[in-house]
Structures are given as C-alpha cells and as structure tokens.
Design a protein around this ligand. Structure first.
Ligand SMILES: [Zn+2]
Length: 124
C-alpha cells in the first residue's frame, strides 16, 4: 500500500490536473465566441450568420472527447482513493510503484501489465 503522504501528494496532483483540465475545456467550449471582438461581431451580423457561428461552436463540443476521457480517468482515480484501492494494478493486483504514479497519477495498471496490454493491442 502507498503511504498517506504519497496518496495526499497524488491526490493534490489529480485535483490540480482536474482543475486545469476543466479550465481548458471551458476555454475551448467558449472558443472564439468568448473573445470580445467576435462577440461584437455577433451583434452586427444577421440572424442567419449567428446560426452559422452557433453550429461551429457545437462542432468544437464534439472535439472534446479526449478531454472527457481524461476527466473520467481523473475522477476514477479520485474515487479509487476514496474507497482505498487506489494505485493497485487492475490486472495483477500488485501495488503500482510510486514513481509511476507520480508521472501518471491516473495509471490503473503496473508497467508490466500495461506494456503487455499495449503489445496485445498492437499485435492482436
Ligand atoms: Zn499488473
């Protein structure tokens, strides 16, 4: 098991990563529309131009899949911490080494299981 100090450090990392991610997502979702000059443009254009701008904004929602997956990983890691089974490989149940978690706090597998999984995915 990981020490409480390690867990607290990792929890802080995850929370910081989560906050940064949410900020980035909000920025991307706001997109160009958040910029004052474009906001001003919205008022000058006809209603049909506004509809065009709105649909472009909806497109950028679809491009957030990567961020959504990342957020889900962070939330899962935080939930695992809350239940006390964070940092344990989901395949072989060994404790994932702290240095690995420091680099990738959302890791759910030890390096051995992760690389054999990636190998299987690359050569099915
Ligand atoms: Zn493993």
């Amino acid at each position: 098991m990981h020490s409480e100090t390690t867990l607290n450090t990792l929890k802080a990392k995850l929370l910081a990563q989560r906050a940064e991610l949410l900020e980035r997502m909000a920025f991307e979702r706001g997109g160009v529309v958040g910029r004052p000059e474009v906001a001003a443009e919205l008022y000058e254009h006809s209603p049909s131009d506004n509809a065009q701008l709105r649909s472009e904004r909806e497109d950028s929602f679809a491009m957030n899949e990567h961020e959504t997956a990342e957020l889900a990983d962070i939330d899962r890691a935080l939930a695992q911490m809350a239940f006390g089974h964070y940092g344990i490989c989901i395949d072989c149940e060994v404790t994932i080494p702290t240095p690995r978690l420091m680099v990738t706090p959302t890791a759910v597998r030890c390096i051995d299981c992760q690389s054999s999984l990636e190998f299987k995915q690359a050569y099915p």
